[in-house]
Ligand binder design. Sequence first.
Ligand code: PMP
Length: 449
Amino acid sequence: MNNQDMANRDLAVLWHPCTQMKDHEHLPMIPIKAGQGVWLEDFDGNRYLDAISSWWVNLFGHANSAIIAALKDQLDTLEHVIFAGFTHESGIRLAEKLVEISPVGLTRCFYADNGSAAVEVALKMSFHYWRNQGQTQKTKFMTLENSYHGETLGALAVGNVALYKETYAPLLMEVITVPGPDCYHCEPGESWADYSTRRFALMDAALQQHADSVCAVIIEPLVQCAGSMRMYDAVYLSLLREACDKYGVHLIADEIAVGFGRTGTLFACEQAGISPDFMCLSKGLTGGYLPLSAVLTTDRVYQAFYDDYTKLSAFLHSHSYTGNALACRAGLATINIFQQQAVIETNRSLAVALTNAAARFHGHPHVAEVRQTGMIVAIELVKNKQTREPYPWQERRGLKVYTYGLSQGVLLRPLGNVIYFMPPYIITEAELELLAEVAWQGIQYAVSN
Ligand code: PMP
C-alpha cells in the first residue's frame, strides 16, 4: 500500500471534517501510517513535523511510551462500562486529579466525550442551575466576538466565527454577542493590558443591561484559537470574574484549547488568579490519545441539583461513552507526565525558543503581526503591512503555505491567512528552527504566487 492507493480508497468512501472535499482533486490526501514523537510518517515513507499538535490535542508526542503502557494496562482490565449507577477506578482517579489541579473551588467533574459536548453540558448546567433556583427568566448566553466553542448546535450558537456559523444561523439559539478584547486591534503603543481593560467597558455595559436574562458568559481565556489565534490580556479575565459576581451571572471558561499548559500555566485562568463557575476541558486532557472531555464546576452548582428524585431537578444529560475507562486512563497518564516532569517549568524555556524562532517574521513585508502566548505563536499575513489590508480570502494564501510546508515535511495547517505554531511540548529547538525556516519559505512562496 502506498499513499496513492490509500488516498484513492479514502476518497471513495470518506467525508472529512472541515474540508471542501473537491479540494482533494488537486490537494493530496496524506495517509499516515505511523507517528513517533513530533513526527508523522506517510505510506510512502515521507515524514511530517506535526507543528499544530494534530488540531491542538497532542502534548507529549505520538507513540508516547508512558501513555501507551497505561492504556495497555487499562485495556487488559476494563475498556468501558456504563457510567450511570456504575463507576470505575480510572474515572474516579482522574476526577480526583482534575479537582486537585484545577482552580480553587472547582470540586465536581462531569465527563463527556468531546469539546463541543462539554460546552453543551456547561450551557445546560448553567441554565438549569438558575431554573432550579427559580430564576426562570435567565435563558440567554453572552459571548465574545470572534469566539469559537465547537460545532454542535448549542456550541455553534455561542461561537462567533462566521465561516462555521452563518450557514446554520436559522437553527441557532439567539445569543448576546459583545465586542471582544482581541489585541490585534489595539492602538499603536497601547499595551495589551490597557486595550483589554478599555474593551472590558463594553462587556460591563452589556452585563449591566442584560444580567437579568443571562445565565452565563462563555469565553476562551487568553487566546481565541479558532478565531485566528487572537489574544488578549489576563486583566480581562479578572475584570470579567468580578463583574459576573457583581451581576449574578456564571462564568464559563472554555479551556478546551488553552488548558494543559498551552498558555504557559496549567490552565489559562491561573494567569488572572480566577476560578470560573464552569471549566470545560478536552483536547490535551488525554494527551491527544482518546476523545474525552470534562466540565468542572463548583459545589454550589452541584448542590442546586441535589434533591429528591421527585423534585425533578437532576441533570439528566448523558452520552453513551461518558467516562470511558480507556480515555480516563490516558488522562491520568497525561497528568502524571505533567507532575513528574515539571512540564510547565520546562515549557518556559521552550516558549523562549519559540519567541526566538518566530523573531524573523516581524520584519516580513506581508506580516502584520507576530503574537505569542506561551506555547502558541501566530503570524498574521496581510496584503498591505501598513494598512493591514487583508488578502482576499478567495486567494487562499494560507493554503499555499500549507502545501509548501507539506512538500518540505512540515504540517502547518493555517487558519485562513494566519500561520501558527502550536507544537507538542517535546519539540526540540532544532525542530523549532526547521519549522520556522519552512514557514518562512512557505510564506515567501505564498506571497509571490
Ligand atoms: N472550544 C474550543 C475553544 C475549541 O478550540 C474547540 C475545538 N477546536 C472546541 C471547543 C470543540 O471541541 P471538539 O472539536 O472536541 O468538539
